[in-house]
Design a protein around this ligand. Structure first.
Ligand code: NAX
Length: 329
């Protein structure tokens, strides 16, 4: 098989839990395809550099045929030089007793400087995927500081929420996940997100009892998806890492290679007010990807319940943006 030129992929926070689960999948070809060589750029902060070097050693020891090279750096400018896929995983998590404003305040400088570095150094066709929380807001901050990168090339990850929703529907109905379609995550990757089954199908049909069981949807399905991250932390004693890494590879693979056919997924994008959501926030929608372009699924009818749920998460994102604006002004 003849191989194409390597694609440079940068991962920030590469020595962290998600980063460690992610980089091996990328190097194995699970993100960009089995014929696509990759060059990995691992970006960490100085205290984690030795750990990142250890991760690079392990990557070398796998002898991945598709791994063209690895750089390890604590400089975003260096790490993002010529990058085509930037995966922004590292962030400052919320500390005990910290307010939302504290969280915004500690992440703002990180994503401002990473946005600036991407703007200055990334390849013209760069695609940015923000994973580090608060992911939607961090993506917005990076976008605002990268004026030369089109808004359509900046996303935040809601695929883990999407995969969790697909899996819960499949387990409840007793079917395989690939029989479930058109589940959607609307809004913020937070407990206000709206995991929506209003258009979901199993084997192309909606006449499954769970889709009309509004009590199950409202009292069990929605809160379980909204709080699944916390549930994993409680049971595992650590936050989702491997499932997050799978979700990142799913998200980027769909963006890079297309969703295929009529299949839909969920991605948080810089919104333009689709479905009367607040424009200028990074909002998760049901999307398809064709020829590398993300298209929000159009023409969906929202019930009054859907509307309320979408408005709640939109308000959450607007409030976050206002908190960030206060820091930036
Ligand atoms: P860890 O604390 O294990 O790892 C984070 C890594 O990022 C650390 O190695 C740290 O040194 C590095 N880092 C911090 N600031 C950096 C910077 N400015 N530049 C480069 N590296 C930096 O966290 P982990 O469990 O890996 O989670 C990473 C992030 O993903 C967290 O913010 C987490 O909340 C978020 N998540 C988001 C998900 C989503 O669906 N959007 C799901 C998974 C995950 O919880």
């Amino acid at each position: 098989m003849s191989l194409s030129a390597p694609i440079k992929v940068a991962v920030t926070g590469a020595a962290g839990n998600v980063g460690y689960a992610l980089v091996f999948r990328i190097a194995a070809g699970q993100m960009l395809g089995a014929g696509q060589p990759v060059h990995l750029s691992l970006i960490e902060i100085p205290p984690a550099m030795r750990q990142a070097e250890g991760v690079a050693m392990e990557l070398e020891d796998c002898a991945f045929p598709l791994l063209d090279g690895i750089d390890v750096t604590d400089s975003a400018e260096e790490g993002f030089d010529g990058v085509q896929h930037a995966l922004l995983v590292g962030s400052r998590p919320r500390g005990a007793g910290e307010s939302r404003a504290d969280l915004v305040g500690s992440n703002l400088p990180i994503f401002r400087s990473q946005g600036q570095a991407l703007n200055a150094r990334a390849a013209d066709d760069v695609r940015v995927t923000v994973v580090g929380n608060p992911a939607n807001l961090n993506a917005l901050i990076a976008h605002r500081h990268a004026p030369d990168i089109p808004a359509s090339r900046v996303t935040a990850l809601t695929r883990l929420d999407h995969n969790r929703a697909v899996s819960l529907v499949a387990r409840t109905a007793g079917v395989r996940p690939d029989q479930v379609a058109d589940v959607a995550i609307w809004g913020n990757h937070s407990a206000t997100q709206y995991p929506c089954l209003a258009h979901a199908t199993i084997d192309g049909h909606r006449d499954w009892p769970l889709f009309s069981d509004q009590a199950w949807i409202e009292e069990q399905f929605i809160p379980r998806i909204q709080n699944r991250g916390a549930e994993v932390i409680e049971v595992r004693g650590a936050s989702s890492a491997a499932s997050a890494a799978v979700a990142v590879t799913d998200h980027v693979r769909d963006w890079h290679l297309g969703t295929g056919g009529d299949r839909t997924t969920s991605m948080a994008i810089v919104g333009e007010g689709q479905y009367d959501t607040p424009p200028g926030v990074v909002f998760s929608f049901p999307v398809r990807v064709r020829d590398g372009e993300i298209e929000v699924v159009s023409g969906l009818q929202l019930t009054p319940f859907d509307r309320r749920m979408v408005d709640v998460t939109g308000k959450d994102l607007l409030e976050l943006r206002l908190t960030a604006d206060a820091f930036l002004s």
